[in-house]
Design a protein around this ligand. Structure first.
Ligand code: ISE
Length: 357
């Protein structure tokens, strides 16, 4: 295979970002087709990317060969048609979470490797069905878009903790703040779409499953619609007795801020303190904050997609698996129950050995 022909389903904020990434920055891949419930939006994006490539500017030069040539990005109305298409070797799913289950089953049916943005699916039962269907195929086709694992700071933290230099890791403190969220971003989405990242971070850094979750909700900020519980403070209990907490605040107003501090037996390590260029001028000092996750995690997304393309060509995945997506869905499901009561809720997780045995 010379170049991996990628099709993207859903070209909203994240899908459009990935489309640009495939065209401008990813070696060994080309954007073959896009699909979106809003066909006009897909057409506008395809037109924009094709135009830029035909203009042949240096920034749109193909990375594989280094020479610019016209990109013909096909717009396909039906996402199922895109998934089945002969000119699409692999799929990026950036459609809304509720569409993922059917689209993932279609990818499995057509043997298409897929990078699926989180959440894997909307609930643990459907996520488990996806894991089982993939397992039956005998080949891992699904990678989940938990991009923090590819962020150089998170990767360095993981390496440090795994080295054992600080002793055993005891606690994680996480902060996850967005500048603002749309009024349709309800309390449940704060768990399923935002907190799910720290669910994955905790499972990944500890290498353990989360067995119980408690979601506390202080009096909400006055800057959200009635009934939206923002911020939220969750505590995860892990199978080895470790604890992790996370504050998720999606209408923080200031900017995008994601931090993680690990406390171990002989020291602690914190990432996400970056303030860009730190300046001192006019009796003021300070730096800047990224406006959103695309800026903060740009490098992580670039590395994630490049490694996914490279692994796909080798017939493998190289990142969070369908099981990771399922485990996160199971934790979030328990988190949603706790959100209603403020009480700890045990996570109901299938036995990994039995499912993947
Ligand atoms: C969004 O979907 C993301 O994945 C971002 O990383 C997260 O910060 C944001 O809260 C979510 O809505």
């Amino acid at each position: 295979m010379t170049e991996l022909r990628v099709g993207i389903v859903g070209v909203g904020v994240m899908g459009a970002d990935h489309a640009e990434r495939i065209v401008r920055k990813t070696a060994g891949a080309r954007l073959a087709a896009v699909s979106d419930a809003d066909t006009g939006r897909a057409e506008a994006l395809a037109g924009r990317l094709s135009e830029r490539s035909t203009a042949g500017s240096a920034s749109t030069a193909r990375h594989s060969g280094g020479t610019a040539y016209a990109e013909t990005v096909r717009v396909v109305e039906d996402p199922m048609e895109l998934i089945a298409a002969d000119d699409v070797d692999a799929v990026i799913l950036a459609s809304p979470g509720f569409a993922h289950a059917d689209q993932l089953f279609a990818c499995l049916e057509h043997g298409k490797p897929v990078l699926c943005e989180k959440p894997l699916t909307m609930d643990a039962a459907s996520a488990l069905r996806v894991v089982e269907a993939e397992h039956k195929l005998g080949r891992q086709l699904i990678q989940v878009g938990f991009m923090r694992r590819f962020d150089p700071e998170y990767a360095a933290l993981k390496q440090l903790l795994d080295s054992g230099d600080l002793g055993r890791t005891l606690l994680l403190h996480n902060v996850h703040r967005n500048k603002s969220a749309s009024p349709t971003f309800r309390s449940e989405m704060i768990v399923r779409d935002s907190m799910v990242h720290e669910v994955d971070v905790a499972r990944w850094l500890f290498g353990e499953e989360i067995t119980r979750i408690t979601v506390h909700t202080p009096t909400p900020t006055s800057l959200v619609a009635d009934g939206v519980l923002d911020p939220q403070l969750a505590v995860f209990e892990l199978a080895n007795g470790a604890l992790a907490d996370v504050e998720v605040f999606v209408n923080f107003q200031v900017g995008y801020e994601v931090r993680c501090e690990a406390v171990a037996e002989r020291g602690s390590a914190t990432i996400g303190l970056g303030s860009g260029v730190f300046t001192r001028a006019g009796q003021q000092w300070g730096g800047t904050m990224p406006a959103d996750f695309r800026v903060r995690f740009e490098q992580a997304y670039d590395i994630e997609v490049q490694r996914w393309v490279d692994a796909t060509v080798r017939g493998e995945i190289d990142g969070p698996s369908a099981w990771d997506g399922y485990a996160a869905a199971a934790v979030c499901e328990a988190g949603l129950e706790s959100l209603g009561t403020g009480k700890p809720v045990d996570v109901a997780l299938a036995d990994r050995g039995e499912v993947l045995g």
